[in-house]
Design a protein around this ligand. Structure first.
Ligand SMILES: C[S@@+](CC[C@H](N)C(=O)[O-])C[C@H]1O[C@@H](n2cnc3c(N)ncnc32)[C@H](O)[C@@H]1O
Length: 162
């Protein structure tokens, strides 16, 4: 998820839907000290577990669609990267559109949003979401396949072009 994001040079990074923080650990390892980093988790129980696992990370318990407002609260003008493992393909189109829009308004031009799916990139739901990202101004790269035991995940890096 974080490979290729150049997090070591990032000034500000956000993670959407960290759950208990599996990916957060990799993000923290890649960031240099002083980088602004925060996470946004909707589920109260998971947010509680996340806080216990990562008391040092600023967590907003709320909707990823509020990403721009959370940036403003922290005086973060632009993010270099948004790491997201939201269940994108199952979120209704209108709802996820608001999150994509918030990400586009929060990232710097050239900033990257990464997303992951366990579905094949050929599936309609995946193609549809990538088309929505393109409409919002992202260039969507080829999926990187990540295999862990029996699980096969596809990671997309989407570069904001405008
Ligand atoms: C598939 S889990 C991924 C958890 C973790 N990142 C991981 O990879 O193990 C999706 C996470 O997104 C959170 N989530 C779903 N919709 C969200 C939203 N609109 N805003 C913030 N978090 C959300 C869920 O509560 C859950 O923690």
């Amino acid at each position: 998820m974080v490979r290729g994001l150049d997090l070591a040079r990032a000034k500000a990074v956000a993670e959407l839907g960290p759950g208990t923080g599996t990916i957060t650990r990799a993000v923290l390892e890649a960031l240099r000290p002083g980088t602004a980093f925060f996470a946004v988790e909707l589920n109260a129980r998971l947010a509680g577990l996340f806080r216990r696992n990562f008391p040092e990370v600023r967590l907003f318990e709320g909707d990823a669609a509020n990403l721009r407002a959370y940036c403003d609260q922290l005086d973060v003008r632009q993010l270099d990267a948004v790491v997201s493992a939201l269940p994108w393909t199952t979120i209704p189109r209108v709802v996820r559109g608001k999150i994509v829009d918030a990400a586009a308004r929060s990232l710097k031009p050239g900033g990257i949003m990464t997303w992951v799916t366990y579905r094949s990139p050929k599936m309609k739901s995946v193609r549809m979401f990538n088309d929505e990202l393109r409409c919002a101004g992202f260039r969507v790269g080829e999926a990187t396949v990540v295999r862990e035991a029996l699980v096969r995940a596809h990671v997309f890096h989407c570069v904001l072009e405008r």
